[in-house]
Design a protein around this ligand. Sequence first.
Ligand code: GLN
Length: 240
Amino acid sequence: MSPVLRVCGLYPDLMNIYADRGNLILLQRRCEWRGIGFEFSRCGLGDRLDPSAADLLYIGGGQDRDQALVAEDLVANKRGAVHEAAGSGVVLLAVCGGYQLLGESYALGERTLPGVGLVDLRTVRGTGPRLIGNCVIEADLGGGPRQIAGFENHGGRTHLGPGATALGRVIKGHGNNGEDRLEGVCKGNVFGTYLHGPLLPKNAWLADVLIELALDVELDPLDDTLEQLAHQTALRAAGV
Ligand code: GLN
């Protein structure tokens, strides 16, 4: 029987800016082009998350206001299931606002939003300007160092704790906090990043890594002429 990638979008209506939905479309297409099935489910405010019902969990970016709604619900209703899923090897991709909520907390002035505590990181709203622009990082997800290109726009500054490993090193742009040149987080099959773009259409190779991890398969290559052009264009936009 051919495999099926089961993707669950966490709060897809609230956590979805800068075309983050394109990440899901790309995952779907790259599965379908290879004869791999694709199933998408949504898990929103108040919904129960079944930790064994998806191979890949996805949460996109969001405004502070939407993040506040999501943070309360995530911690109150889904924390245990998110930990259970991650502990059993389910892939989790979190972008920007979603990434911030993977950590301990997101402090916004007077208010502190709780995170699910899946990775050792904290985010604080900086007093400086938002960190905006095209960004390129170098990451090694097993096959040697490769570049990931995207667009970042965040007021929050994320600081990794001693228990966390960055997804990559910043080549161009700001990254986690504009200071330490680190970007994102990576822990087992959990990936967090500030890069929108959307991320996966600009880095199709990364989508394939995630699908391989989620299904524990080795994928056949596709004709990626257009995808490579998109990747090169995103690198050039950042000045790389
Ligand atoms: N609201 C968060 C911040 O400004 C995340 C923004 C985003 O997802 N682009 O830091």
